[in-house]
Design a protein around this ligand. Sequence first.
Ligand SMILES: [Zn+2]
Length: 492
Amino acid sequence: LTNGLLIKAATILDPETPLRVGDLRIAHGRIVEIGRRLRREDEEEIDASRMLAMPGLVNAHTHSGQSLDRGTANNMPLDLWMVWSVYGGPELTPEDAYTTAACGALEMLASGCTSVLDQVYLPLEEFDAHAEAVLTAYADVGMRAVVAPMVQDRDFLESLELEHDAGARPLAPLSQTYEPRRVLDHLERFVASAAGRTATLTAALGPTAPQRCSDELLGLILELARRTGVGVHTHLLETKTQRLAAERRYGRPIVEHLAALGYLSGDVSYAHGVWLTPDEFVQVGCAGATIVHNPVSNLRLGSGVMPLQYLIRRGIAVALGSDGAASNDSQNLFEVLKVASILHTLYGARRSWLQPEDVWRACLLGGAGALRAPVGRIAPDAAADIVLLRLDRHALGSRQRLVASLINAEHGESVDTVVVGGRVVLREGASTGVDEVAVRQAGRAFMDRTAACLPRRARIYAAYEQAIGRSIDRVEIDTLEPVKWWPTPGGC
Ligand SMILES: [Zn+2]
């Protein structure tokens, strides 16, 4: 099986080359030739004369386990949202892990996204079965995935700055605590089991956030990453409360602490980074690390505005992510692109406002860097991850402004055919890899179970709301503060 494909007469939109019409020859998962009137060899031919060919969008941060948890959470700050969504949510079986990953992947493909960095929660008690289910789901649906098991060894409550009333009953821990070595054993097996499975699946390591991990675990994870060559992905300074709590814990800013642990490097990508100072952004950027911007989730949880405009203008590597559906509430990358494109007119001089082309490049080229994969381009030797969109749909306005139309007007309704690693995974909008009706039925059943646990969620939330809410209210939070810290520093 060579996965040979010849895509004929497509209008080709690449972030680095001018718009043109041409044929794309695909073999062994890569684009091998681009030209006019290429002769068909022993390969499948697709007539794309009415299609726009764009590189598949890259989602550099999500959590597949949440992909069916949508519409259940109010607008609330992250620390409280965690109690509601993460610790109050439904228990997942390995079958649920398959269903949520498959449904999320189908939604992303149908809205033009072909690769994802999935920082997925896998319970340590049933780690291998859950890991297997998630990897199988991505392989079946045919989406490119970097799967980073999300781990921690400290309790979530310990990472907050809670003040306890004298005489009040202590709060019960929300998360299990583990021996760092035990966590590492699981990760080590995971990296081995994911290796060589298919060309479109890669392992990475996903410590959930530095403040929820011991330094010992962070050190072990970094050592495993170096030894096996896999990447590391973690949340960083999503909220102001995290910044203050981390400074108390480490006695210095968290970025300084991460630098001392060896975490500032091109092998690491950081989700959010809303509350870094300008100097810290430059320090992280100069080390080659990528910041993954999740604008919809940040707005949903009132986390603040990550100064994307300033990062892009200074050449700091940035990618885009949806974040989990529990804080989004969809997995549609076009929606993320649009919000990223229009949010950053809130600050800065009009000449430095971001334009659709800026976020388009961040999504594709920055996303490729975050996933450490040859995606995001339609160019010789790039991965054959290609989305064909129907040019006759209204969303795609004039050919002179295709990127602007894609970002501001498209939601995925023009997506027709999707190719990942040279394999046609969506044909006329329908999955070629799985029985979508069956997967959606399983998804619906899981959502019903999720709805049934709403009263339990409310009970858990009520038990923690006061103490955690007080720790948030104590802090004066101006969500535009991160953009007011600028402008200052120079480049690398
Ligand atoms: Zn996240």
